[in-house]
Design a binder for this molecule. Structure first.
Ligand code: ZN
Length: 317
């Protein structure tokens, strides 16, 4: 099968810069919304603050989405991720770093640099693009609203080649299109995707440890009745803590899902759209000899957890 790397549209720089500026503004809006929680509810339990943060995030996403549609401007999800990482790094250097131990400082800065490097690698990585020109009959199948379409089952499309509906490209071992990393996730960059996901989790966990070291210096000794003035920098650090915890929770769930997918050799796209792919369907004929039959899900690629893991590690070429 011929590898194809030029499917992506060439970059339109003015548009790209415009999207990055929109993303930068979105990051500032998001972080400002997160700042409102420690600003007005600093004395509330962390759990309640987290709940308020999550609600505010949802509200910001909703309002910003509406404004973007109204103004017809587009943002770049990878630029949003980059700017969010940089924002946390700036807060760390400006506020949190002074209280971090030398080891944690080294660890956190190293992780951020690796994360930025990994994000750049992911943006330019080949997910396993393959050339494929659908025949007219395939195109009819694609435009059909039928749940069971079989255009992916062309004999040329072995090796679990699926079509990314966003990139309009065919990817071997396609899992999903990741807007945050600006690329399809396929058999060639799935491992990098997992490493990056773990990298994000590890960096956020390290940041939370650094934050706990920073917060420890504000603990008032027992019996001391005086209440310390809560500085602006403490509130900013606290808002990034809430944001990091929310990110951590979401990413742990995401990581667990992908670990499940790897263990049982199923891809996200196949799991969601299994009715599109005949190899995942088994037809159960009704016992009374009626014409109607029930369609059930069966994963033909599942060869047991150990074998699946072995194949996953060996299938990068
Ligand atoms: Zn894609």
């Amino acid at each position: 099968m011929v590898e194809l790397l030029d499917r992506k549209k060439s970059a339109n720089w003015p548009e790209l810069i415009g999207r990055c500026v929109v993303s930068f503004i979105l990051v500032l809006l998001t972080q400002c919304s997160q700042f409102l929680v420690p600003q007005f509810f600093f004395d509330l339990p962390v759990f309640i603050q987290l709940l308020l943060s999550a609600l505010l995030l949802l509200a910001v996403v909703g309002v910003v989405g509406w404004c973007r549609r109204l103004l017809r401007v587009r943002a770049s999800a990878p630029a949003f991720v980059f700017c969010s990482v940089l924002f946390v790094w700036v807060v760390y250097i400006a506020i949190v770093r002074q209280a971090a131990t030398h080891l944690m400082d080294l660890l956190f800065n190293g992780q951020i640099i690796l994360l930025i490097f990994g994000l750049c690698r992911m943006l330019s990585s080949d997910p396993g693009l393959v050339s494929y020109s659908p025949s007219p009959s395939d195109l009819i199948a694609q435009s059909s609203s039928s749940e069971i379409d079989t255009y992916h089952q062309d004999t040329e499309l072995g090796d679990r080649v699926r079509c990314c509906q966003i990139c309009k490209a065919y990817v071997k071992g396609f899992d999903h299109h990741c807007p945050a990393f600006g690329n399809c996730i396929g058999h060639k960059n799935y491992l990098l995707f997992m490493v990056l996901l773990i990298g994000f989790l590890w960096t956020e966990a390290t940041y939370l440890v650094c934050l706990s070291q920073y917060a420890a210096q504000f603990v008032v000794p027992d019996g001391d009745g005086t209440r310390l003035e809560i500085s602006l920098s403490r509130k900013v650090a606290s808002s990034t803590m809430l944001f990091s915890i929310l990110q951590l929770v979401w990413q742990v769930l995401f990581l667990l899902w992908h670990m499940y997918c790897i263990c049982f050799n199923i891809r996200t796209d196949e799991w969601i759209h299994w009715k599109r792919y005949p190899e995942f369907q088994i037809f159960i004929q009704s016992s009374h000899g009626e014409k109607s039959s029930e369609v059930r899900f069966k994963n033909p690629y599942d060869k047991g957890v150990l074998q699946n893991l072995k194949e996953f590690m060996a299938s990068k070429r």
